[in-house]
Design a protein around this ligand. Structure first.
Ligand SMILES: [Zn+2]
Length: 159
């Protein structure tokens, strides 16, 4: 049994929903925030933190029952886990495998970390646009003020 299989068995299989694997260790709580999961939903959520991983050192796994994430929702995960692999589960088997796709721009995912940026002015309702300058490592730049974004602060600014 491979290390990956072992770690997948740490959490019981789900019947329907989404399994996100290869989230860098310790970041699963931010992943919950990215998907707006705050405990008020009624569907079961399982999370596993700090499992040994060959690729990442340690990784987290998130299982969301009875919810299939869309590609748009998934792409937001690029902020913290660009290497994540995602399986959509139907009737206990993998129905679809999805990967995160980063386009040239992230639109309305998070707002610029600079409070004096025009995109943060309530009088100027503009779409929030962050240019993807590089994917490895991820470098994002505000379309409006041209400043590079601090990713940790940006996670606090998710829309
Ligand atoms: Zn800006």
């Amino acid at each position: 049994m491979s290390a990956d299989e072992q770690s997948m068995r740490r959490v019981t299989a789900i019947r329907n929903g989404t399994v996100i694997d290869h989230i860098p260790g310790g970041l699963v709580l931010q992943a919950l925030q990215i998907f707006n999961i705050d405990g008020r939903q009624s569907n079961p959520i399982s999370l596993v933190m700090n499992v040994p991983s060959r690729k990442l050192g340690t990784k987290d796994i998130l299982k969301i029952e009875d919810r299939e994430l869309t590609q748009d929702e998934l792409d937001r995960l690029a902020l913290i886990a660009p290497m994540a692999s995602v399986s959509i589960i139907r009737n206990y088997s993998v129905a679809e495998k999805l990967t995160i796709q980063l386009s040239d721009e992230m639109i309305n995912v998070a707002h610029c970390v600079y409070s004096n940026c025009i995109s943060n002015s309530v009088r100027e309702p503009l779409p929030h646009r962050l240019k993807v300058l590089s994917t490895k490592p991820l470098i994002l730049q505000c379309h409006y003020c041209g400043r590079n974004q601090n990713l940790e602060r940006l996670i606090g600014n998710l829309l």
